[in-house]
Ligand binder design. Structure first.
Ligand code: AP5
Length: 216
């Protein structure tokens, strides 16, 4: 069992690689972005509160996302957890360390996915996902085999995110550099940081992540 964090700016490929690890290693993906979007679409009070903040590309409060992770982490995971989009602040990183300790678990690797900002605009503005199974696609780099139909589950419910536009992306990037990028130094100092080239092809990124996991 291996617990890892995928760390990187919006569009770095965290969700794409997390889904592969779920399929290949029976790991459990904990994406705070997906959890928040689910709360929003199921119309919970919290979902309504975060909707505007997310659409603008700002971070929601630490307490909300720490609460979401706390609910899941105690349940354990066969192949381990993939923390995707969490932690995003130093407060969240400290909270994760405390939660893992409290539940007798360890953090085995932090994988920083390095990409340059210019590539992110193209990735984000071309992205769409399956509303039923969550599979991630891209107009150019990963289109569906049959137009309008999810390759995995056959659903026709393919969606684009409200925050996948250039304006919100600018805010998301600013939030990343101001609040999340300090985590790179934080985990480096803890000797837990590894880096992969997120601009490489999806299979090469997956192979680089696998290599890191095999060494833990
Ligand atoms: P979240 O859902 O976490 O979004 P994000 O971090 O902005 O990351 P993305 O999902 O946009 O990108 P990704 O790295 O997963 O890339 P993907 O694999 O899809 O968060 C959304 C919002 O929720 C936040 O803005 C905030 O408001 C809130 N939130 C969430 N967590 C929070 C927290 N912890 N604290 C506070 N607020 C929080 O790939 C992108 C595209 O590129 C896809 O189309 C894909 O097909 C393509 N692609 C992927 N890899 C490659 C490759 N190697 N080559 C070519 N194309 C590729």
């Amino acid at each position: 069992m291996v617990n890892i964090i995928l760390l990187g700016p919006p569009g770095a490929g965290k969700g794409t690689q997390a889904k592969r690890l779920v399929d290949e290693r029976a790991m459990v993906q904990l994406s705070t972005g997906d959890m928040l979007r689910e709360a929003k679409s199921s119309g919970t009070e919290m979902g309504r509160r975060v909707a505007d903040v997310m659409a603008r590309g700002q971070l929601v409060t630490d307490d909300i996302v720490i609460g979401l992770i706390e609910e899941k982490i105690g349940q354990g995971a066969g192949g381990g957890f993939i923390f995707d989009g969490f932690p995003r602040t130093l407060k969240q990183a400290d909270a994760l360390a405390a939660l893992l300790q409290k539940t007798g678990q360890t953090l085995d690797a932090v994988v920083e996915m390095q990409v340059d900002d210019a590539a992110l605009v193209a990735r984000i503005t071309g992205r769409f996902t399956c509303g039923k199974c969550g599979e991630v696609y891209h107009d150019k780099t990963r289109p569906t085999k049959v137009s309008g139909t999810c390759d995995v589950c056959g659903s026709h419910d393919l969606k684009r995110r409200a925050d996948d536009n250039e304006d919100a992306l600018k805010t998301r990037l600013m939030e990343y550099y101001k609040k999340t990028s300090p985590l790179i130094g934080y985990y480096y100092a803890k000797n837990q940081l590894s880096t992969v080239d997120g601009l490489a092809e999806m299979d090469s990124v997956a192979a680089a992540i696998s290599k890191i996991l095999d060494k833990t």
